[in-house]
Design a protein around this ligand. Structure first.
Ligand SMILES: NC(=O)c1ccc[n+]([C@@H]2O[C@H](COP(=O)([O-])OP(=O)(O)OC[C@H]3O[C@@H](n4cnc5c(N)ncnc54)[C@H](OP(=O)(O)O)[C@@H]3O)[C@@H](O)[C@H]2O)c1
Length: 261
């Protein structure tokens, strides 16, 4: 039996990706910090789709977490053929105003932990004839965003890393895709402290389920980059076409924190 390991599976896009894979009868390994939410999702998946599911509550910002996950898989003989690196968060505000600790934690989860898990799981993934890595970045990967600068930089890293890794490990039969969602309904805004921006963008939100469906089918088709939804596709095309400084200035005026917000 081959499993899909999904990080950040307790809620939002990761939960929706887990449900999408369950619909396709794929056994699952669910990872996040909230054990109760993972167990509830595992019960829902077993009841609705009758696929095998196991959970592990892990804080992925700890230095040992990637090894812990590999040891858990090896000792239980969970063979992994899909790795979804989805766990991540954002923090909204001017660089100097946001506490350094929070920004370093975000870099740790969004980049370091993703790299460590990917590296640690390569030997396991390469045991299958065909396997997949789906890294969750963002449309923020395509543009430097003032007042969201470290988050956008972490997601630019994820996109760049995913695109080159795709070539590095192609001969091992591992396909790498990068999912770049735009505004998506989840608890992301709350953790980022971005509710005020969220209200402005309410018309363009996609559901986590729609993003997950497009993400999983793009991954299984081996797409390098998956931008879900027409609005996001238009936005990313616009970012490529227009001069960077103009786009950064527009982004800066959208993302600037106003004292009234
Ligand atoms: N929502 C958007 O608009 C949007 C747009 C573009 C990209 N994204 C990206 O999509 C991904 C998923 O975000 P989301 O929107 O679904 O946000 P979300 O609803 O806040 O979910 C985040 C997930 O990450 C997990 N997580 C957070 N910190 C963790 C840690 N230290 N260790 C282990 N797991 C941790 C959370 O679980 P626990 O709290 O239980 O640990 C949760 O399952 C992120 O990488 C985000 O950057 C989101």
């Amino acid at each position: 039996m081959k499993y899909a390991l999904v990080t950040g599976a307790s809620k939002g896009i990761g939960k929706a990706i887990a449900l999408e894979l369950a619909k396709r009868n794929h056994p699952l390994l669910l990872i996040a910090r909230s054990e109760d939410l993972l167990e509830a999702l595992a019960r829902e998946i077993r009841d609705s789709f009758h696929v095998e599911v196991h959970c592990k509550a892990v804080d992925l910002t700890t230095a040992t977490s990637a090894n812990e996950l590999v040891e858990w898989c090896e000792s239980n003989q969970y063979h992994v053929d899909i790795l979804v690196n989805n766990a991540g968060f954002g923090l909204w505000g001017a660089f100097g105003d946001l506490p350094l600790d929070g920004q370093l934690e975000m870099m740790n989860l969004n980049m370091t932990s993703l790299v460590a898990i990917t590296h640690s799981f390569l030997p396991l993934l390469s045991k299958s004839d065909r396997s997949y890595i789906l890294n969750v970045a963002s449309i923020a990967s395509f543009l430097a965003i003032p007042h969201f600068s470290i988050y956008a930089a972490t997601k630019a890293f994820v996109l760049s890393f995913s695109r080159s890794l795709r070539f590095d490990i192609a001969e091992q039969g591992i396909k790498v895709s990068c999912l770049c969602p735009g505004a998506t309904e989840s608890e992301f805004l709350e953790r980022a402290g971005m509710e005020a921006i969220g209200e402005k963008a309410s018309g363009v939100y996609m559901s986590a389920e729609a993003v997950a469906k497009i993400g999983v089918s793009g991954m299984l088709r081996g797409k390098a980059e998956i931008v879900p939804g027409l609005v996001n596709k238009i936005a990313t095309t616009g970012i490529w076409a227009a001069p960077r400084s103009i786009m950064e200035s527009i982004a800066g005026s959208i993302y600037r924190k106003r004292t009234s917000s």
